[in-house]
Design a protein around this ligand. Structure first.
Ligand SMILES: NC(=O)c1ccc[n+]([C@@H]2O[C@H](COP(=O)([O-])OP(=O)(O)OC[C@H]3O[C@@H](n4cnc5c(N)ncnc54)[C@H](OP(=O)(O)O)[C@@H]3O)[C@@H](O)[C@H]2O)c1
Length: 243
């Protein structure tokens, strides 16, 4: 992709984790509508196939790769799929996320580990596997964080820790990958209307949350921003304020 000036999405080769639902699905469809080729990654192979079919209906290109991004042994096949389907990688979007919520005495060590595995360890694993395919592309790594990285929520100790960790890792990678011409950006949404809320105790008004399509719009902005500037962190809130 062009190292200077403005570039659109057309022709960009993008790996996006967590593509089957919520924010990831909206992003995959928006990127494909803009002409990008997307390798969508998630565990649910059927949902990936239906996503790819939906893209075909508007001549978009979404390829599915089913894997568990928390597992180091999944990484060689993921890198192979990226190389086979896309050649090189212009952008990696670390979006896959899941969390177990509960007060500290209830949250088990296994729940804590599982939350950190998908929200923090997976972006580490996927990024280290794909950076070799990004060198020389002037590429982007976008890490989908959450306002939980900076705001505390009761019952969300593991999730807040994982997202704060993700932002810390992102700051290190900003400096580490800068010499390779790779921009690292944190996209930090507030409450977004997705199925993730099914795991969160309480009642919520989904209508007051950010629609996943609006997060996708911001992702497109980041991926098409002139390389003469760099948004390190983009924070999104619902228009009526925090939910
Ligand atoms: N919803 C919100 O309010 C909100 C706000 C701020 C940030 N976020 C962040 O946005 C991201 C997307 O969340 P969402 O709300 O769209 O959640 P979601 O609707 O529950 O979707 C989560 C996605 O992650 C995938 N995934 C989960 N575990 C995985 C694993 N081990 N390996 C591969 N894929 C996995 C799921 O696919 P499979 O089940 O098919 O694997 C699914 O596609 C997350 O990082 C989340 O923390 C969400």
């Amino acid at each position: 992709m062009a190292a200077e000036g403005f570039g659109g999405l057309a022709g960009k080769r993008i790996v996006l984790t967590g593509a089957t639902r919520g924010i990831g699905r909206a992003c995959a469809l928006r990127l494909a509508r803009g002409g990008a080729a997307v390798l969508g990654v998630a565990r649910d192979a059927k949902a990936l196939a239906s996503l790819a079919m939906e893209a075909k209906s508007f001549a978009g290109r979404i390829f599915g790769h089913s894997c568990d991004v928390t597992r180091p042994e999944s990484m060689p096949a993921l890198a192979e799929a990226a190389e086979k389907r896309l050649g090189a990688v212009d952008a990696l979007v670390n979006n896959a996320g899941a969390a177990v919520f509960g007060e500290i005495g209830v949250l088990s060590p296994e729940d804590f580990d599982a939350t950190l595995a998908v929200c923090l360890k997976a972006p580490y694993l996927v990024t280290r596997s794909l950076v070799p395919l990004m060198e020389g592309t002037g590429g982007d790594v976008i890490n989908i964080s959450s306002i939980a990285a900076v705001d505390g929520f009761p019952g969300a100790a593991a999730y807040c820790a994982a997202k704060a960790g993700l932002e810390g890792m992102s700051r290190a990678l900003v400096e580490e990958l800068r010499p390779k011409g790779i921009r690292v950006t944190v996209l930090r949404p507030g409450a977004t209307a997705t199925r993730m809320w099914e795991a969160i105790p309480g009642e919520y008004d989904m209508d007051k949350m950010i629609p996943p399509e609006a997060v996708a719009e911001s992702l497109e902005h980041l991926l098409t921003q002139s390389r003469r500037a760099w948004t390190e962190t983009l924070v999104l809130y619902p228009p009526d304020g925090k939910v």
